[in-house]
Design a protein around this ligand. Structure first.
Ligand SMILES: [Zn+2]
Length: 57
């Protein structure tokens, strides 16, 4: 785990392949860094972790 972003995310979900976040707050924080203006990257829960997605599952 030498990735400097490892503190923020927890790798990728084995089910859907999205980046996992430990908490909703961390997911929201990451969303602000992605510079996807105009898109709604909203956090949603998956398997006890959080993802960012355009729509709710
Ligand atoms: Zn998932």
């Amino acid at each position: 785990m030498s990735d400097p972003s490892a503190r923020l995310n927890l790798g990728r979900c084995p089910d859907c392949g999205r980046v996992r976040y430990e908490t909703r707050a961390k997911a929201r924080r990451a969303a602000r860094r992605t510079l996807h203006r105009g898109t709604h990257m909203r956090p949603y829960a998956c398997g006890g972790y959080w993802h960012l997605g355009h729509i709710a599952p």
